[in-house]
Design a protein around this ligand. Structure first.
Ligand code: CTP
Ligand code: CA
Length: 223
C-alpha cells in the first residue's frame, strides 16, 4: 500500500457495519419489515472506508449504493444477518450495528400465498436473535462494539441500559422525538454515550456529517 494509505487513521483495521431493515417472510409474497432506509449505516460504512479501514457492510433490503471501496454482503432476514455477522465478527476490530433488525418474525412461514378468508387473520410471532447482544457476549478486549438505540420515550435510560446489557463501547441514541431525525430523513440528531456513561449531544446534521461524528467518537477510543 502507498504511504498515504498507510497514514490513514484506520489503516489495517477490520471493520463491520450493518445497515437497513430486515424482512421477515409471512408467505412467498408478504413480509414484516420496518421503515429503515439504510442511509445512516451506508454513510457510516463509507466514512470508515474513507478513514482507511477494511470495511465489510452487511446490508438488509435497501436501495442505497456504496460509494467507497468496501465489501458488501446482502441479506434479507434477521437470521441471515445474524449468520453473516457471526461469520465476520471475530476478525473485526470495530463493529457498528446500525441495522433496524426485526425483533419478531412469523413462527410459521406459509409455503403458498395465504388466501383471504371471511375471518380475520392471526399471525403467531417468535423472537429473532438479538445479533448485537450475541456479539457483545463474545467480544474480546481489543474489539470495539457500537450499537444504536432507537427510542420514542425515556430515551437516555433506555440507551444506557442497552449499552450495559449488550456490552457496548458506545451507544448512539436516535430519538424519534427529534424532528428531522430517523428513518426516511436525510438528517439525523444523535446523542452518544460511552462506557463511563458520559454523553455527547450533537446538533441536527446531514447523515453524512452524523457519520463523521460517530467515526470521531470511535477514533477517540480506538488505539
Ligand atoms: N439489534 C440487533 N439484533 C436484533 C435487534 C436489535 O443487532 N434482533 C441491534 C440494533 O442494530 C441496534 C441495537 O440492537 O444497534 C438496538 O436496537 P433497538 O431496536 O433500539 O433495541 P432492542 O434491543 O431491539 O429493544 P427495543 O426494540 O425493544 O427498544
Ligand atoms: Ca428492536
Amino acid at each position: 500500500d502507498s504511504a498515504i494509505k498507510k497514514s490513514m487513521p484506520l489503516y489495517g483495521k477490520k471493520v463491520m457495519v450493518t445497515a437497513g431493515p430486515t424482512y421477515e417472510a409471512i408467505d412467498p409474497v408478504r413480509f414484516i419489515g420496518n421503515h429503515s432506509s439504510g442511509k445512516m449505516g451506508f454513510a457510516i460504512a463509507d466514512e470508515l472506508a474513507k478513514l482507511g479501514a477494511d470495511v465489510t457492510l452487511i446490508a438488509g433490503p435497501t436501495a442505497q449504493k456504496v460509494v467507497q471501496n468496501l465489501k458488501r454482503i446482502d441479506v434479507v432476514s434477521a437470521q441471515e444477518m445474524f449468520e453473516a455477522c457471526t461469520a465476520v465478527f471475530s476478525e473485526t476490530d470495530i463493529t457498528v450495528m446500525c441495522a433496524a433488525v426485526a425483533d419478531y418474525r412469523p413462527k410459521q412461514v406459509a409455503k403458498q400465498k395465504i388466501k383471504k378468508q371471511d375471518s380475520d387473520l392471526v399471525l403467531e410471532l417468535e423472537k429473532t436473535t438479538d445479533i448485537l447482544a450475541s456479539l457483545g457476549r463474545s467480544k474480546k478486549a481489543h474489539q470495539i462494539l457500537v450499537g444504536f438505540a432507537l427510542e420514542t420515550n425515556d430515551e437516555e435510560n433506555y440507551a444506557k441500559g442497552k449499552l450495559e446489557k449488550k456490552n457496548l463501547d458506545l451507544v448512539v441514541l436516535n430519538s424519534l422525538n427529534d424532528k428531522g431525525a430517523g428513518f426516511k430523513s436525510d438528517t439525523n440528531k444523535i446523542t452518544i454515550f460511552n462506557r463511563a456513561l458520559e454523553q455527547t449531544v450533537f446538533e441536527m446534521k446531514s447523515k453524512t456529517n452524523v457519520a463523521k461524528d460517530i467515526c470521531s467518537a470511535i477514533l477517540k477510543i480506538a488505539k
